[in-house]
Design a protein around this ligand. Structure first.
Ligand code: ADP
Ligand code: MG
Length: 484
């Protein structure tokens, strides 16, 4: 059944602010640290006292270049900073140092999945450098707004997308991918609850197939991925309802209210400030040379898309497994290390995505706290592949025992606990004879066609061997025996 909502399509453009994990602030030597005692990381530079001079942070520039390279953006060679003037209590200088006409990166893309799982490139408009404002705290004191200026001057990159995102799910996937990238690059911790990654969503709707975008609203204050999605869903529906009632959409900034999943008007764009942008007079223009960009490129860590391709195309892993492996950088790097010591990629992937991940989940720990080294995991795989232990003995016995005594090698554990699998042909023949002797009638039934009984005999052989018979070998000999 089609509804009024099916007549419309949404147009979404996202602006993501990512706080850069530098030691000091964007234009001063003040510490960049979340959670310090309020107003302790604040010098006269951050406060913009007359006569003080900002200095740009080289590391912040390095981080922005990394993000640009990861998104295949064009890196701007000659750039300047711009002063954006406005008054706000948490902006002590009365202006923000940002970039206007020369953002450090232009163009580029972020690859996301559409609602039906296809790859889609979302074009970036630009990535620019700027500084954060302080924080106004409204809910700590019943009568006053408190101000913490520790955040003032923290370096940010703002990543602006073209209005190419079509659904709230795509927006969710986009923010997820940007977060994964900044984490792989180690430039931002991506924590939306603490505000180190923030997303503003620009949303408009138009009749399906139309070429003319509707008026947009910009929604702020979503502190999780899910809330970004919810805010956009609410906004799309709100706008369609209004249009259907014959009203027009007012271009405005709205705030998301997590308590009831709605958005409310904050300020209209008509009343927006004229920011009087002009080149920041206290900072020199900066040259980002080709050589510099090349040097950064050479030190780039592997990125999730690159690893995904390697795992599916070169290692023959399923897309599902490749996704699980690349979702989290530390898991991917662990897997990378396992594959330095074994060429059995399928098995390495199983060990990481199944055995190790379920162990981590069960203990609620991170892979950084996991006791076994990638080499030890590769050793277990080697023991299985050489037929010394079976897969089930490896995961049910050797693996847990190794976690208890990580200083011991896999082979040591297997030997000490008498777990080495029996692939001695004579011994296996003996076991088979014993097993079959136990069920003479069943053997007759098998011979007259009840082949399903093989499982019963196998079970008996494995039981007699206390789980140590090499199952492949045992089953092969067993069949030969019965066909005689
Ligand atoms: P502003 O400073 O007004 O927020 P920006 O250039 O920083 O402007 O950001 C504009 C954002 O809005 C971009 O992400 C862009 O893709 C998006 N956008 C522009 N027009 C529309 C529209 N009609 N519907 C939805 N998003 C839009
Ligand atoms: Mg904006």
């Amino acid at each position: 059944m089609s509804t009024i909502y099916d007549k419309y399509e949404a147009v979404i453009g996202l602006e993501i602010h990512a706080q850069l994990q530098t030691n000091t602030k964007a234009y001063s030597a003040d510490r960049n640290e979340y959670g310090s005692t309020p107003n302790t990381n604040v010098s006269v530079v951050t406060l913009g006292h007359p006569g003080t001079l900002p200095m740009y942070n080289k590391r912040a520039i390095n981080f922005a270049v990394k993000m640009g390279l990861a998104c295949e953006s064009i890196i701007t060679e000659d750039m300047i900073f711009a002063r954006k003037n406005y008054f706000y209590p948490d902006l002590p200088k009365g202006y923000q140092i940002t970039q206007d006409e020369t953002p450090i990166c232009t163009g580029g893309k972020v690859v996301i999945k559409t609602d039906d799982g296809q790859d889609k490139e979302v074009t970036l408009t630009r990535i620019h450098l700027e500084e954060d404002a302080g924080k106004s705290i409204h809910d700590l004191d019943p009568f006053n707004t408190l101000i913490d200026l520790n955040r003032a001057g923290v370096p940010l990159i703002e990543i602006v997308s073209e209005p190419e995102i079509k659904t709230s799910q795509e927006a969710y996937n986009y923010v997820t991918e940007v977060r994964r990238l900044v984490r792989y690059l180690d430039i931002c911790d991506g924590n939306m609850e603490e505000g180190s990654l923030r997303c503003d969503a620009n949303v408009s709707v138009m009749l399906k197939g139309s070429k003319v975008f509707g008026n947009r609203t910009e929604v702020k204050n979503m502190n999780s991925m899910r809330n970004v999605q919810k805010a956009i869903e609410f906004e799309i529906k709100r706008q369609i309802d209004l249009i259907e009632q014959g009203e027009t959409i007012v271009t405005e900034t709205r705030s998301f209210n997590a308590a009831n999943g709605s958005t409310i008007s904050m300020r209209s764009k008509e009343a927006a400030n004229d920011y009087r942008y002009f080149p920041e007079p206290d900072l020199q223009p900066i040259q980002v040379t080709q050589e510099y960009v090349q040097a950064v490129k050479e030190k780039m860590p592997p990125l999730p898309n690159f690893l995904f391709k390697k795992y599916t195309q070169d290692y023959g892993l399923s897309e599902y497994d490749a996704n699980v492996l690349t979702d989290d950088k530390s898991i991917a790097l662990y897997f990378e290390d396992v594959t330095k010591s074994t060429k059995n990629y399928k098995s390495a992937s199983n060990w990481v995505t199944v055995n190790i991940k379920s162990f981590l989940n069960e203990k609620a720990i991170e892979i950084s706290e996991f006791k076994l080294t990638p080499v030890q995991i590769a050793d277990i795989i080697g023991l299985i592949d050489s037929g010394k232990i079976s897969n089930s003995v490896a995961s049910q016995k050797v693996f847990p025992l190794m976690i208890e005594t990580p200083e011991k090698s896999a082979i040591q554990i297997a030997e000490e606990n008498n777990l080495i699998q029996n692939s001695n042909a004579d011994e296996i023949t003996e076991l088979i004879e014993k097993a079959l002797a136990k069920f003479p009638e069943k053997v007759e039934e098998y011979k007259s066609g009840k082949k399903g009984l093989l499982g019963l005999f196998m079970g008996e052989v494995m039981k007699l061997s206390q789980g140590k018979a090499d199952p492949k070998m045992a089953s092969k000999s067993l069949k030969e025996f019965l066909e005689k």
